[in-house]
Design a binder for this molecule. Structure first.
Ligand code: PMV
Length: 365
C-alpha cells in the first residue's frame, strides 16, 4: 500500500473556502513489548530486521488535541500549547515541536495548524516503561484524524488510515508504528514503512499476560537512538539481522500452532540477544543489573519446578517483562509476590496483558 501526502495545493484550496476550521480529537494509544527485537536501522527510521510485538492493554497514553486550521502559517516554536499530566513540560514540548517539523513535508496541513495538546500516561512516569511508543502513536493517530476530517476523500479505507498513522508514528519513534494496532503486530515484513497486525495466531496469545517488574527507575545509560547507531559498525551485525529474521519466522509458526515451549525458547533468546549486542558493542553497555539476573534465574527455576509456561523478555533496560498464559494467573501472581518483588525497586510492578489497540475517545476518525 502506498502512503500518500495531502498536498499543499489541497490545503490552500480548503483555506480559500474556509479561513478558520476548528475541531478536537482525542486518542488513547497503548505501549507495546517486542518479542522479536528491532535493533538497528537505516534511512529514516527503517528497520534492519523484522520485529514482532504484543500491544499492551493498560500502559497507555491519552492525547487530546484542539486545533484551528489557520489561513497563515503557524510557528510552532512560539505558538503551541502543550501540557503533560496537567503541567508544563519543556522537554516533551520540544520533542513534539521537532516531530511536527519533521512530518510537515509529508503533512503540509500541519504548518497551518494551531495546536493545543494535553497528554497523560496511565502508567507511572518513572516506571522505566518507554512512553515514546504510546505517545507517538497517539499523536500520529490524532494527526491522521484531523487530516481525515478535513480531507475525507484522501482516506480510502480504515486499513489505509491505520497504515498512514503507523507510518507517521514510525517517524517519531520506530517501535511506535506497532502501537497503532492491537494483538500481535509485525513490522519489517509486509513493509518497512509501517506495521501490520499479525492475523493468524492461537487464541491463547489474545489474552497473554505481561507483568512488568520494575527493577530500576533510573534513566537509561544508553538511548535507543544510540543503541541503533551502535549496530552500524557492530562486529556481529549481519549475524544478528539474520538471527532476528529467522526468529521472526520461527515465532510466527509457533504462535500459529500455540506451541508454548518453542515460544518461550525464542522469546528469551531474542531478549538476551538484544543485550548481547549491547554488551559487545563499542562502546559496550551492560544494562542488566544483578537484580535482573536474579529474576531471570528465578523464572527459569520456577519453570523447571512447576512446568509453568512463564518466560521473560527485556527491553533496552534492566526491567523484566514476564509473559504467561492467563489460565496461570493465580500461580504466577503468587510467584511474583513471593519470589520476585524483592528484586524490584520499592516492590514496583505493573500487571498488564495483551490489548486490542488504540481507541478514539472523542471526535470522528
Ligand atoms: O523505537 P525505538 O527507536 O525506541 O527502539 C526500540 C527498541 C527496542 O525496544 C529495544 C526493541 C523493540 O523492537 O521495541
Amino acid at each position: 500500500m502506498q502512503i500518500c501526502n495531502i498536498s499543499n495545493i489541497l490545503v490552500e484550496r480548503l483555506l480559500e473556502k474556509n479561513s478558520n476550521i476548528e475541531g478536537e480529537f482525542s486518542w488513547e494509544a497503548p505501549s507495546n513489548i517486542a518479542l522479536v527485537k528491532y535493533w538497528g536501522k537505516y534511512g529514516d527510521q527503517l528497520p534492519k530486521n523484522p520485529s514482532l510485538s504484543f500491544t499492551l492493554n493498560r500502559s497507555k497514553t491519552l492525547t487530546q488535541v484542539k486545533y484551528v486550521l489557520h489561513k497563515n502559517h503557524v510557528n510552532h516554536e512560539t505558538d503551541f500549547s502543550f501540557q503533560f499530566e496537567g503541567a508544563q513540560s519543556d522537554s516533551f514540548k520540544q520533542k513534539l515541536i521537532n516531530y511536527l517539523k519533521k512530518i510537515t513535508p509529508l503533512c503540509p496541513m500541519v504548518s497551518f495548524l494551531k495546536l493545543s495538546i494535553s497528554s497523560q500516561n496511565t502508567f507511572p512516569h518513572s516506571a522505566g516503561i518507554a512512553s515514546s511508543a504510546s505517545s507517538m502513536a497517539a499523536m500520529a493517530l490524532t494527526i491522521c484524524s484531523i487530516e481525515k476530517e478535513l480531507f475525507p476523500d484522501q482516506f480510502e479505507s480504515d486499513e489505509y488510515f491505520f497504515a498512514k498513522a503507523s507510518y507517521l508514528a514510525r517517524l517519531g519513534s520506530g517501535s511506535a508504528c506497532r502501537s497503532v494496532y492491537g494483538g500481535a503486530v509485525s513490522w519489517g515484513v509486509k513493509s518497512n514503512e509501517y506495521a501490520s497486525e499479525l492475523v493468524s495466531f492461537d487464541n491463547i496469545f489474545k489474552t497473554y499476560q505481561n507483568a512488568i517488574l520494575v527493577v530500576s527507575t533510573d534513566k537509561k545509560s544508553v538511548t535507543s537512538r544510540q543503541g541503533h547507531a551502535l549496530m552500524e559498525e557492530h562486529f556481529y551485525k549481519e549475524a544478528r539481522f539474520k538471527q532476528a529474521k529467522h526468529n521472526y519466522s520461527a515465532l510466527v509458526r509457533t504462535m500459529e500452532k500455540g506451541d508454548l515451549e518453542s515460544f518461550i525458547q525464542i522469546v528469551e533468546i531474542e531478549a538476551l540477544s538484544l543485550h548481547a549486542m549491547m554488551m559487545t558493542s563499542e562502546p559496550s553497555f551492560l544494562l542488566l543489573t544483578p537484580q535482573s539476573l536474579h529474576i531471570i534465574n528465578r523464572i527459569r527455576a520456577f519453570r523447571e519446578r512447576f512446568g509453568a509456561n512463564v518466560c521473560f523478555t527485556i527491553d533496552a533496560g534492566p526491567n523484566i517483562h514476564l509473559l504467561y498464559p492467563k489460565r496461570q494467573k493465580d500461580q504466577i501472581v503468587s510467584f511474583i509476590k513471593d519470589e520476585l518483588l524483592q528484586y524490584c525497586e520499592n516492590g514496583m510492578w505493573i500487571d498488564d496483558e495483551v490489548g486490542s489497540g488504540p481507541k478514539l475517545q472523542m471526535g470522528k476518525r
